[in-house]
Design a protein around this ligand. Sequence first.
Ligand SMILES: [Ca+2]
Length: 521
Amino acid sequence: MINIFVKYVMLLVLLIIGLDIEILNAQTSPNVSKWPRGVTYEIFVQSFADSDGDGIGDIKGMTSKLDYLEDLGVEGIWLMPMNPSPSYHKYDVSDYYDIHPDYGTLDDFKTFVNEAHKRNIKVVMDMVLNHSGSRHPWFVDALANENSPYRDYYVWAHKDDPQTQISGKIISGDSNNRTRWNKVEGSDYLYYSYFSRNMPDLNYDNPKLREEVFKIGKFWLSEVKVDGFRLDAARHIFPDDRPTDNHNWWVQFQSEMKKANKDVYLIGEVWASSDIVAPYLKGLPALFNFDMGSAITTAVNEEREGDLTTNHKEIIDYYTTVNPDYIDATFLTNHDQVRIMSAVNNTMDKAKMAAALLLTLPGSPYIYYGEEIGMQGKKPDPNIREPFLWQRKESDNYRASWIDPKYSTDQSVIPVEEQLEDENSIYNHYKTFIKLRNGSNALTYGDIEPVAMNNPALSAFKRSTEDESVLVIHNLSNQEINLNIPDFLKEFKNELYKSKDSNLGTNELHLPAYSTVVLGK
Ligand SMILES: [Ca+2]
């Protein structure tokens, strides 16, 4: 009897303590961001966390690191391709319905999605639909047999067809492939590939192929419960001279996917200038803002604002006319680009400034794995996709080793375990800015109003919603700046964030080199 009573009291006490902790958390970090307007983290599975010591990152490894991502403030994960494929990067899929055995099983992935959802983290899968891999059974059959039922899943032309000569010469920003038409031994027909001969383009003029693609998408949404897709090479579904067909295809794809999940999230890779990107917003509500990534890098490197914020405002205003609900997916760099730390010549202050800009400007920021610990990397591609550093190598149980890293080694990057303890680390810099953003309606959802400061090294802007307005000032330069606060900014007097040693006086703002202040009213 006493025992039951004691247990009852203990339970009550635990409940009360639990409640208090909840309230305390709510007071210290009220999260107003709601994905997809939160921060998304891009993972190259092969390099992130290896659970079984075979040198290759895997799904179980990622699952055990979900707490790390939740703690960082991440609300969504974009996973680079995980389907079976002969290449290390897996952008040439040979089975759209399974997981590469190096990464685990379909059940492992279902567990991962479930565990992510428990932590309020959404999961977005890379979908490579422009082309299959050349080892996909469809293509293997189509190649071997001109009468194959899958022949028309791909694009063929007779060797005398003039187009096989002409379009082979065009190259663009996202492909340096010069041979678009590929010869087949013993055949008079060539097949089309935008990227490489191992990636034959799928034929979207074929309604049967389109049905196959809908089936694939619905499988992952319904069976595996992923929240959406990052759509690779979204502007190449139809040939480049048929942009309207491309735009319409994504409208149709979206409406089909909504049948499986009405809230499906679709983000497209349209690697082009904003005028080419904009029409895709009709079918793809989220698009990567490639322009902003390079604009931030340029501003940081040149230590001047230039037209960074006015340009961003122009892009937002323009896209909003096409789709008022569009998601502006901002990022510094992704898996196809020189890592931001290398792009700023390994200058820690500049990498931190790039992050501070990304996380205070409008948009839904994407962070490329390892950016938050200052990983370095330059082309070729495998070297911008090197293993994440959890601990010093000798004690790192999760470090992948499929590649010998050239840029991100124990000598050049401090593993995350040590950065957690250092309040000045780039990891804690990211975490602080993500938390600041997630807790602020103005920073998460607000519009942007550039503020002219008469100093080219200052990037200043207001971010405002109806209820909240904040003023952000970054000193991009290596010189300290003492700023006389103009009268119209004096209403911003609450310090929401300030870099070390910056100081807000009554009439003056002291900004050390590479510093940021965020002020509220
Ligand atoms: Ca492994």
